[in-house]
Every structure is written in structure tokens, then in C-alpha cells.
Design a binder for this molecule. Structure first.
Ligand code: PLP
Length: 365
């Protein structure tokens, strides 16, 4: 028997969340963002559920090839554009739409020999200060692109730094509206947080939204709001089983560094999951976990292959009992990935992307 750990990808939940994002911006088209191997879910595992999207957005050219290999003939957008001139050949061959965020990319396009007209998304740096032309240099970049025979259509993009927080998006929307005023073309601004929190404003919705994290069942603004608030469902379950049960007495400790010491008699389970499976080592005593669908807590340090859990609320659970690290238990109980991430001082994004290759993945309804 293989080690009992397993990740399950929930097809119905992916469909549900995609539909939820469509509802959030009903008159916009939806890019399903599948970068980072579909946020750790596996592009091939999510493709069927997400093919109802209007397009797929990603960064890696090999991932674009994988989406085409699955039979997708619709739009694919490279969110960071091309990384070197010869990437444009793949864009021509696979008809990939690509972001243009710097002058070098325009130089490469100008030198690119192609019969295939390119669709590009010109990126404005509206305040995030990662990628894009500043408002001062935006028009000149547009004029250069507009003059290229290689370019058929120019659309406009920007990315928000604070869609999930108190600063919000208004200052960046203003910069975007100003920079793109009177320029013809489609517009895309919103990630998950903007689409859920600010999509009441048509300027924020634009023509396309670009949700990633919400499609994968994590609340972009946790802990202010959780997935129940946004009507999202977990799309990844990480589950395992109890390998062994230990009975501790007062003064006994568990695991490396003896970081948990029992104050009185306590039954603990040792489960087959550790940081080598992608479970964060920073989760300490008290991090929530489900045993037999019942909420309990981690005890002591996460080691490479094992973690101890408190069996006090589940006296019936013994060796072999099912354990849910995040996602959905068999009885329907839910442990949002965001709660586990918060216990490790990080985000659901990082946990799902870090699912380790040694964990077998199955696709379910
Ligand atoms: C990753 C990414 C997104 C999706 O962001 P979420 O917060 O996961 O919804 C959208 N746009 C760009 C440019 C991105 O890089």
C-alpha cells in the first residue's frame, strides 16, 4: 500500500468558483489564471472544469504548450509576455496573446518575421511598480506598437497592488483611465480580489477579469472575509491517515525540540504528512486539522514526514482514521486552506502552489 497521503482536485468546485467569478462581473469575459501549474492543482487536472472560461492566462511558454496540447483553441495570454526574441515564434505558431511591458519586447516584435498578426496587451504600471510602462511613457509605447505591421490588435492591462486591502484600487483605476483615455482596445484590470470587492464599478471590471486564487477556493482577502462569505468552495483537499497513536502523560512531550509538553493525560495521533509533502513547517501547536471530519489541532513541530495531532475531541479515532489537512472531509466538513495558511503566517496561494511532487493527485467530481 502506498503511503496514505493524497491530494484531491474537486472538479465541481472549480466549475462552481469559475461561475461565481462570472457572476461577480457578468458583462466581462473571464481569463482563468492557470500559472504555476494551475496554482499547484495541475493544468491537466483543472482543464476540463475550467474550459468554460473565455481564455487561459499564464506565464510559462511550456504551460501554454500544455494548454494547446489539451485541445484548447481559444485565447491564451502570457501575463509577462515573452522573455526572449525567439519566444515570439511560439506565439506565432500557437497564436498566443502576449503582454508587452517594456521597450525590449517592442524591439523584438519589430524584428520578428511573421505572417501571423499578433494580439498584444500593453501593460501600464499604475503604481504596483513591478511590470509595465509608466503613465509618462505609455502613449509612446502604444504609438510604437500601433505602427508595427506585426501587431494586429492592442489591448490594455494593469495590475492592482491593494485590491484585497484598505488602500483599494481607485488611485490605480484613475491612472489607468487617464493613460488609456481615447485609445481603442479592450481593457483588463482585475484579479480575484478586485473582481469580488470592486467589480460594482464598470471601470474596474473592464472587458476581461483575471481571477486566479478565487477559482481555486481561497478568499483573496482572508481573514477579513472567508470563502463562505464569497460563496467559494475548496478545490484542493490534502488528506492522509493516522499512522500511530500515543498516550502521553503530564510532562511527556512530542516531536523535535519537545515544543509541545502535555499538561495531563492526552491521546495523540501521528499522521502521514510533513513539510516534504508541502505542509508548512511554520504551523505550530493549535493549527486546525480535521480527524474523522472533526476539528482538532496540531501538537508540536511539523517534521519532514509526520505531524502529531490532538485526539481529545475524537476518542473513537485510531490508527488508519482519515485526516484532512485542508479542503473537504468525507462527511462534508470544510477546513479552508486559508486558515492553515494563516497559522503559518502565509497565504493560501503559497500552500497550494507548494504541494510537493511526492503527493499523488487524484481528480474527483
Ligand atoms: C497571478 C495574476 C493574476 C491572478 O491573481 P489572483 O490574485 O490569483 O486572482 C491576475 N493578473 C496577473 C497579472 C497575475 O500575475
Amino acid at each position: 500500500m502506498p503511503r496514505p497521503i493524497q491530494a484531491t482536485i474537486h472538479t465541481e468546485a472549480l466549475r462552481h468558483n469559475l461561475a461565481r467569478m462570472r457572476d461577480a462581473a457578468p458583462d466581462a469575459r473571464v481569463w482563468a489564471v492557470v500559472k504555476a501549474n494551475a496554482y499547484g492543482h495541475g493544468i491537466e487536472c483543472v482543464y476540463d472544469a475550467l474550459r468554460g472560461a473565455d481564455g487561459f492566462a499564464l506565464l510559462d511558454l511550456q504551460e501554454a504548450e500544455r494548454v494547446r496540447a489539451l485541445g484548447w483553441r481559444g485565447p491564451i495570454l502570457l501575463l509577462e509576455g515573452v522573455f526572449e526574441p525567439r519566444d515570439l515564434e511560439l506565439c506565432s505558431r500557437l497564436s498566443l496573446w502576449h503582454t508587452v511591458h517594456c521597450d525590449e519586447q517592442i524591439d523584438w516584435l519589430a524584428a520578428h518575421k511573421t505572417q501571423v498578426p499578433h494580439r498584444v496587451f500593453l501593460k501600464l504600471n499604475s503604481g504596483m511598480n513591478r511590470l509595465g510602462f509608466t503613465p509618462q511613457r505609455f502613449r509612446a509605447a502604444w504609438a510604437r506598437l500601433d505602427a508595427l505591421p506585426q501587431v494586429e490588435e492592442i489591448s490594455f492591462m494593469t495590475h492592482f497592488s491593494d485590491a484585497d486591502g484598505t488602500r483599494g484600487v481607485a488611485h490605480q483605476v484613475r491612472a489607468f483611465d487617464e493613460a488609456t483615455r481615447d485609445l481603442p482596445g479592450e481593457r483588463t484590470l482585475s484579479n480575484s480580489a478586485a473582481a469580488l470587492r470592486h467589480a460594482g464599478d464598470a471601470h474596474v471590471r473592464g472587458d476581461w477579469i483575471r481571477p486566479g486564487i478565487a477559482v481555486y477556493g481561497s478568499a483573496p482577502d482572508f481573514p477579513q472575509n472567508d470563502i463562505a462569505h464569497w460563496g467559494l468552495q475548496p478545490t484542493m483537499t490534502l488528506a492522509t491517515r493516522i499512522l500511530a497513536v500515543q498516550q502521553l502523560q503530564a510532562g511527556d512531550s512530542v516531536g523535535y525540540g519537545s515544543s509541545f509538553t502535555a499538561e495531563g493525560p492526552i491521546r495523540i495521533g501521528v499522521i502521514a504528512c510533513g513539510y516534504a509533502d508541502g505542509y508548512p513547517r511554520h504551523c505550530g501547536t493549535g493549527t486546525p486539522v480535521l480527524v474523522d471530519g472533526v476539528r482538532t489541532r496540531l501538537l508540536g513541530r511539523v517534521s519532514m514526514d509526520m505531524i502529531a495531532v490532538d485526539l481529545t475531541p475524537v476518542p473513537q479515532a485510531g490508527s488508519g482514521a482519515p485526516v484532512t489537512l485542508w479542503g473537504r472531509a468525507a462527511d462534508g466538513a470544510i477546513l479552508p486552506i486559508d486558515e492553515v495558511a494563516a497559522a503559518a503566517g502565509t497565504l493560501g496561494y503559497e500552500l497550494m502552489c507548494a504541494l510537493a511532487p511526492r503527493v499523488p493527485v487524484v481528480v474527483a467530481e
